[in-house]
Design a protein around this ligand. Structure first.
Ligand code: F6R
Length: 242
């Protein structure tokens, strides 16, 4: 399902309404969270619904998509800290039930397996919020990622490191080389996918993911395999759809 909305605020409101609907049906729902700029409008709109008493997220659990390797969780640049700041606090989530992959584990592969096991033990993700990278990645599944991939260590693509340098004061050398990300197979296991994209810089990736062939070169095209994938776009992000 592709929904084209007038602007980013409408995208955020629509995503929030869909997540709220899942939690209203199932108060102990498992949420899949994304970091970056794309989901911020959804978190803000969802925080408004929480503040107005229209939905209560305090009994949900949440799993982030990804984390940098080697950035300590107390650093504001870690995705653990970003999720705490952007989502856990404003949405009234229980911090004890919000997880990010452990990018500082002594045994990173064991941390990846533990993350998969934790998602499974929670009963799987009910609704997964996603952004999309300009190179078509979802999570940090960079081009060439297998559609069957599970949570694993990945090397960030040069384009992704350039795009994310803005969070590191513009210093490309400060951007980590590696991350842990849920795999495309992990993401596809969620019961509903909700991809949000705003702005012209995402238009080509959105068109390739939604209208192009299924290909590992455009990891977002994996959404075409899902029964309940909703793509919420502003007009700029939709501008290259046919
Ligand atoms: C973030 C993530 C990434 C971002 C993507 C878009 O957890 O997994 O796939 O969603 O890089 O980033 P923004 O939203 O900052 O443009």
């Amino acid at each position: 399902e592709i929904v084209i909305l007038p602007d980013g605020a409408a995208v955020g409101a629509a995503a929030a309404a869909r997540i709220a609907a899942v939690v209203q049906r199932k108060p102990e729902a498992v949420l899949g969270l994304a970091t970056g700029s794309s989901p911020l409008g959804a978190y803000a709109a969802l925080a408004d619904l929480v503040a107005r008493g229209e939905v209560d997220l305090s009994r949900t659990s949440a799993f982030a998509l990804d984390e940098y390797v080697g950035v300590p969780p107390e650093s504001p640049l870690s995705y653990a800290a970003t999720i705490a700041h952007d989502a856990t606090g404003p949405l009234g989530l229980d911090p004890a039930r919000v997880r990010t992959p452990d990018g500082n584990a002594a045994d990173l592969e064991a941390a990846c397996s533990a993350y998969e096991a934790a998602i499974a033990a929670a009963g799987g993700v009910d609704v997964q919020l996603l952004g999309i990278g300009a190179n078509g990645h979802i999570g940090f599944n960079e081009p060439t990622s297998s559609f069957a991939s599970r949570t694993r260590i990945k090397t960030l693509a040069p384009r992704t490191r350039e795009d994310n340098a803005r969070f590191f004061g513009g210093d490309l050398d400060a951007v980590p080389m590696h991350c842990i990300t849920q795999g495309l197979g992990t993401i596809l296991d969620a019961r509903q996918l909700l991809l949000v994209a705003q702005g012209e810089s995402k238009a080509a990736a959105v068109a390739a993911a939604v209208e192009g062939p299924l290909t590992a070169m455009v990891p977002g095209s994996a959404l075409q395999l899902h029964r309940t994938a909703v793509v919420l776009l502003d007009e700029a992000a939709a501008s290259k759809l046919t």
